[in-house]
Design a protein around this ligand. Structure first.
Ligand SMILES: [Zn+2]
Ligand SMILES: [Zn+2]
Length: 936
C-alpha cells in the first residue's frame, strides 16, 4: 500500500479497490461465537432484494443507513452480523422469464412446468446476482459467507416444516373463497397486491320480472356481465316497499333461470332502489351473503376472465366483450332501465395493471387471528419498538382489521405447497406432509401434489430464524436471535415486517437468547426472546429535487449508479445521510452530492498536507514505524476515554480542538442512537471542514514550520497531534464515508498495521473530562476577532498582500492577555502588521467593529482623490435614494400589500432597513471626507 496519496481525489479508483479488498479479506464475516462469549451482539437482516431487482434510490438509502449503523456498531466492539440474501420473488421472476420466452415465440404452458422452472433457475444463475454485485460496489459490510437465496435447499426445507406444523395446528386450511384474481397472471393475489383507483364509469339499472306478477324489481350494477351468475335478489327485511314480495322469485333475464328474493342486510333501503343482485361467485360481499342463505355459487368465468359454459350463449367471450353483448341484449329485450355516469373504484393488479376479478376458487389460507393477537401484543408491550412512533399505531390498526391470509399462488416458480390429493374420485383425501407420500393413506390410491406455490412473503416472513439454521436448534440462534434491528421501507411494513413478527413469535416461542450476550447487548430487561427483532426503523422515501415521487412514467427516476459514477459512493452516501431526518422524505438534489464530493476533496487535500509535513519533519518516524503504528494500536484497542490517543494539548488551539472533537463525538454517537443520520453527518461535516481544516490546520502551521531547538520538539509535537487527530476524525467519519477514510487511514499505516481495516478500529467516544469550556470560549473570541478583521479588510477593499496595523480594545484584562498570547495567530490569519492595545472604546471610528468582548479598528488610510471619491459616493447615495423611494412606494401601496405573500413583504422591509443603514454609512463617509452632500 503506497502511503503517497495521488494528487487528485478520484473516488472511482479508490472505491472499487477497497470494496474488493473487504470482500477478499472476509473482513465482515462472523463465525459463530462459542459459549462463554460476553461481548455484545448486533444482528441485522438485509431486506432481501428481489432476484430480479436493480438498485434504485430506495435501496441506496436503505443500504446507506444500514451500513452506517452496522459499521458504527462493529467499531464500538459489537459482534456485528449483517446477513445478506436475495428473494426468489415468485410473480416478478416468473413474469421476467415468461417475457423472455415470449420473445422466442414460446409459451410457459407449452414448455411444461419442469422445463419452465429449470429455465427460471438458469435465468437466476445468469442474472440473479446483479443486485448483490451492485451492493458490493456500495461497500455494504455484510457477511458474504452467510449469503442465502430463499429457494436454497435448507430454507425450502424450513418452509415445508412451517407449513406442515401450521396445518397440524389447525392454522392452515383449504377453502373455497372469493379472492382477488389477476386474469393476466392467472393467479390469486393478496389484498395488499391490489391497487385501487377511482375511474369514470357507468352504473346500469336492470329490471328483473317477479314471477307470477306484473311487477319488476330494479337493481343497479357496474359489472352487468356478472348477472349471468346471479343466484338471488336481496331486499332489506325492514324495507316496506318489498314486504309483499318476500318469498317470491324473479326470472333472471337472458338466462331464464328462476332465482329467489331473499331478505338480508346486504341490501340497504337508503341506497338506490334498495334491492341488490346477489352473485356469490363474483363478489366478496355477495359471497358472504350466499353462505348465510346457502345459495348456489355459479362461476361464469375461467382463469383468463373469459366467460365459461355457465354463461350460456356468452361462453367464450372476454369479460368486457360479454359486457357489451349483455347490455345490448338487455336493452333490446326491455330490461335495461337506465345508464348513468358513475365513479367506479377499480382494483388493479399491482404488477401488471390488469383489472382484478373477484373470483371464487380453491385456495390455501393461514388462520391469522391467533398469530396476529400475539404479534399485536409484541408491539403493544414494547418487546418490539417501531421508529418513528407513528408507524406503531398504523401497524396496530392494521392488525385489528386483519383477514385470513391467502397463501397459495397459481404460479410455477416458488415453494410448492407440500400437499397431495388422492386422485381416486371417491376418496379425494388431502395429505399434507414433510416428505412426498407414495400413495393415499386412506384408500391406497395414487396421489398428486397440489400445483400451487406459496406466496413469496410466506418464506421471507421466516428469514429471521430460518437463516440461523431453524428448524434445528443452533448456537447461531442463541447468539443472533432475536436480531437487533430491522431497517426497512414503509411499503413492506405489512407484507413483510408484520409477517416476520407473526411467524417469529409463533415458531420461536420459548426461545431464549444467550443470557450473557443478551445482558451485554443491553436487552437484559426484555422478558421475551421470541420476537424476530427488538427494533424496527422505517425509513423515508427518496423523491426528486422538486419533491415529486420518482416514477418511470414521469421520467424523473434518479439512478443511484449514475450519481455514484459522477460523484463517488462516499459523496452519494453522505448526501442521503445528511438529508435523512427520521420521518421526512428526502428531496434528492445532486448539487448537494456535488458539495459533498468537494467535502471529500477537502479531506483529501488535508491528508496530503499532513503527509507532506510528516515527511518533512520526521521522515525517520515513518520508516521506524513507531509513530503510525502507535496510533494504530491505540485506535484498535483503546476504550471510550481515549478518543484521540497520544494527543498532547500544548496550546490553546490544541485544547480547543480536543474539546471540540469530544463534543462532536458525543453528538454523533447520540444522533446515531436515535437514527438522526442527518445530525450525525452534519456535525461531522462542520467539524471536519469548519473547525479542523479551516481553523486548526491554519493555526498549527507556524508550529509545524518552527525551527527552534535542536530536536525540533515543537514541530514534532504539532505533527504528532495532527496525525492523531486526523486518525480519530477519519474513524468518526468512516461509517458514512467508508472508502476515502479507508484509503487515507491505510496510507497512514504504510502496510504495517496488524489491523486490516479502519472498519475494525474503535469508534471515537466522548470523554467529558476533555471538554474544555475555557478553551472553547477563548477560541471563539479569537475567531470572532479574526473574522471581524477579515470583514473590515473586505469593506475597506484592502489588497490581500497589504498587511495593516490594528487597534484593539479589550473589555477585560484576561481577554487582552489571551489575545496578546495568541497575537501571532491574529497577525497571520488576519493579515495584520501590528496589534496595539488601547484603553478606551473604538466604536466611533470608521473601519471598526465592536463586540461584547472587544472593539477592533483596522487602520488603513488610502491615499485617495477626494474629488472623485466624493463623486463616487454621491452616485452611490443617489442609487440608494432611488432604491429607498421605490421600496417606500411599494410598501405604501395597499393593493400590493394585500396581494403579496408575507415573505415578499418581509424581504422588502428588510431590504429597506439595510438600504437605510447603507445610506447612513455613506453619509458619514462623505462627512469625513468633507464632500458637499448634494442636498442632504
Ligand atoms: Zn397481474
Ligand atoms: Zn384416497
Amino acid at each position: 500500500m503506497p502511503h503517497e496519496l495521488p494528487k487528485a481525489y478520484e473516488p472511482g479508483a479508490i472505491e472499487t479497490r477497497w470494496a474488493d479488498y473487504w470482500i477478499k479479506e472476509k473482513l465482515f464475516s462472523v463465525p459463530t461465537p462459542p459459549p462463554g462469549e460476553t461481548r455484545p451482539v448486533f444482528t441485522l437482516l438485509l431486506p432481501p432484494p428481489n432476484v430480479t431487482g436493480r438498485l434504485h434510490m430506495g435501496h441506496m438509502l436503505n443500504q446507506t443507513q444500514m451500513d452506517i449503523i452496522v459499521r458504527w456498531h462493529r467499531m464500538r466492539g459489537f459482534i456485528t452480523l449483517w446477513l445478506p440474501g436475495t428473494d426468489h420473488a415468485g410473480i416478478a421472476t416468473q413474469m421476467m422469464v415468461e417475457k423472455q420466452l415470449e420473445k422466442e415465440g414460446k409459451k410457459r404452458r407449452e414448455l411444461g412446468r419442469e422445463k419452465f422452472v429449470e429455465r427460471v433457475w438458469e435465468w437466476k444463475r445468469e442474472y440473479g446476482g446483479a443486485i448483490l454485485d451492485q451492493m458490493k460496489r456500495l461497500g455494504a459490510s455484510v457477511d458474504w459467507d452467510r449469503e442465502y437465496f430463499t429457494m436454497d435447499e435448507n430454507l425450502s426445507h424450513a418452509v415445508r416444516e412451517v407449513f406442515v406444523r401450521l396445518y397440524e395446528e389447525g392454522l392452515i386450511y383449504r377453502g373455497h373463497y372469493i379472492v382477488n384474481w389477476c386474469p393476466w397472471h392467472e393467479t390469486a393475489i393478496s389484498d395488499l397486491e391490489v391497487k385501487h383507483e377511482d375511474v369514470a364509469g357507468k352504473l346500469w339499472e336492470i329490471r328483473y320480472p317477479v314471477v307470477g306478477t306484473n311487477e319488476f324489481i330494479t337493481v343497479a350494477t357496474t359489472r352487468p356481465e356478472t348477472m349471468l351468475g346471479d343466484t338471488a335478489i336481496a331486499v332489506n327485511p325492514r324495507d316496506e316497499r318489498y314486504t309483499h314480495l318476500h318469498g317470491k322469485k324473479v326470472l333472471l333475464p337472458l338466462m331464464n333461470r328462476e332465482i329467489p328474493i331473499i331478505t338480508d342486510e346486504l341490501a340497504q333501503p337508503e341506497f338506490g332502489t334498495g334491492a341488490v343482485k346477489v352473485t356469490p361467485a363474483h363478489d366478496p360481499n355477495d359471497f358472504q351473503a350466499g353462505l348465510r342463505h346457502k345459495l348456489p355459487q355459479i362461476d361464469v368465468m375461467d382463469n383468463r376472465a373469459h366467460m365459461n359454459q355457465n354463461a350460456g350463449v356468452y361462453a367464450g367471450l372476454d369479460r368486457f366483450e360479454a359486457r357489451k353483448r349483455v347490455l345490448h341484449d338487455l336493452r333490446e329485450q326491455g330490461f335495461l332501465v337506465a345508464e348513468k355516469d358513475y365513479t367506479v373504484a377499480l382494483g388493479k393488479c399491482d404488477r401488471c395493471g390488469t383489472i382484478i376479478e373477484p373470483r371464487l376458487s380453491e385456495q390455501w389460507f393461514v388462520k391469522i387471528q391467533p398469530l396476529a393477537d400475539r404479534a399485536k401484543e409484541a408491539v403493544e408491550s414494547g418487546e418490539i419498538t417501531i421508529v418513528p412512533d407513528n408507524y406503531r399505531q398504523i401497524y396496530l390498526n392494521w392488525m385489528n382489521e386483519i383477514h385470513d391470509w391467502c397463501v397459495s399462488r397459481q404460479l410455477w416458480w416458488g415453494h410448492r405447497i407440500p400437499a397431495w390429493t388422492c386422485s381416486n374420485d371417491g376418496c379425494k383425501e388431502v395429505i399434507v406432509a414433510r416428505e412426498a407420500p407414495t400413495r393415499c393413506a386412506k384408500c391406497g390410491g395414487k396421489v398428486e401434489q397440489v400445483s400451487d406455490v406459496l406466496d413469496t412473503w410466506f418464506s421471507s416472513g421466516l428469514l429471521p430464524f430460518t437463516t440461523l439454521g431453524w428448524p434445528k436448534k443452533t448456537r447461531d440462534q442463541e447468539v443472533f436471535y432475536p436480531t437487533t434491528l430491522l431497517i426497512t421501507a414503509y411499503e413492506i411494513l405489512f407484507f413483510w415486517v408484520a409477517r416476520m413478527i407473526m411467524f417469529g413469535c409463533h415458531f420461536m416461542q420459548g426461545h431464549e437468547q444467550d443470557a450473557a450476550i443478551k445482558k451485554s447487548s443491553g436487552w437484559g430487561d426484555k422478558k421475551n426472546d421470541s420476537v424476530p427483532f427488538r427494533q424496527v426503523y422505517i425509513h423515508a422515501l427518496v423523491r426528486d429535487a422538486e419533491r415529486q415521487k420518482m416514477s418511470k412514467t414521469k421520467g424523473n427516476v434518479i439512478d443511484p449508479l449514475e450519481i455514484i459514477e459522477r460523484f463517488g459512493t462516499d459523496a452519494t452516501r453522505f448526501t442521503l445521510a445528511a438529508m435523512a431526518a427520521p420521518g421526512t422524505d428526502i428531496a434528492f438534489n445532486e448539487s448537494r452530492t456535488e458539495g459533498y464530493r468537494a467535502f471529500a476533496n477537502k479531506i483529501w487535500n488535508a491528508a496530503r498536507f499532513m503527509f507532506m509535513n510528516v515527511d518533512r519533519i520526521e521522515p525517520g518516524l515513518r520508516a521506524a514505524g513507531s509513530h503510525f503504528s502507535q496510533v494504530r494500536r491505540e485506535a484498535a484497542h483503546t476504550t471510550a476515554a481515549m478518543s484521540i490517543g497520544g494527543f498532547q494539548a500544548a496550546t490553546l488551539e490544541d485544547r480547543w480542538i480536543l474539546s471540540r472533537f469530544n463534543r462532536v463525538a458525543a453528538d454523533v454517537n447520540d444522533a446515531l442512537t436515535t437514527f438522526r443520520f442527518h445530525e450525525a453527518a452534519n456535525r461531522i461535516y462542520d467539524f471536519f471542514w469548519g473547525e479542523f481544516c479551516d481553523w486548526y490546520l491554519e493555526l498549527i502551521k507556524p508550529r509545524l514550520n518552527s525551527e527552534e531547538g535542536a530536536d525540533r520538539s515543537v514541530a514534532k509535537t504539532a505533527c504528532a497531534n495532527l496525525v492523531n487527530l486526523f486518525d480519530a476524525a477519519l474513524r468518526l467519519l468512516h461509517p458514512v464515508m467508508p472508502f476515502i477514510t479507508e484509503e487515507i487511514w491505510q496510507a497512514m499505516q504504510e502496510g504495517r498495521s496488524a489491523v486490516k481495516s479502519i472498519a475494525l478500529t474503535s469508534y471515537p467516544q466522548a470523554d467529558e473530562k476533555q471538554f474544555d469550556l475555557a478553551a472553547e470560549t477563548e477560541m471563539a473570541i479569537l475567531q470572532d476577532l479574526i473574522v471581524s478583521i477579515r470583514n473590515l479588510r473586505a469593506e475597506l477593499k484592502i489588497e490581500p498582500k497589504v498587511r495593516v496595523p490594528i487597534q484593539v480594545f479589550a473589555h477585560e484584562r484576561e481577554i487582552r492577555s489571551m489575545i496578546e498570547a495568541n497575537h501571532g495567530a491574529v497577525e497571520r490569519l488576519g493579515n495584520v502588521e501590528q496589534i496595539t492595545f488601547v484603553e478606551s472604546t473604538l466604536t466611533k471610528l470608521a473601519g471598526s467593529r465592536s463586540t461584547a468582548r472587544f472593539d477592533v479598528h483596522v487602520i488603513y488610510e488610502r491615499k485617495i482623490d477626494t474629488v472623485s471619491e466624493c463623486d463616487r459616493l454621491k452616485k452611490e447615495l443617489e442609487k440608494l435614494d432611488k432604491g429607498i423611494g421605490s421600496g417606500q412606494r411599494q410598501l405604501g401601496n395597499e393593493q400590493f400589500l394585500a396581494k403579496a405573500p408575507a415573505t415578499v413583504v418581509e424581504n422588502l422591509r428588510r431590504q429597506q432597513s439595510e438600504l437605510a443603514l447603507l445610506k447612513e454609512k455613506t453619509l458619514t463617509k462623505m462627512k469625513e471626507l468633507g464632500c458637499s452632500n448634494g442636498g442632504h
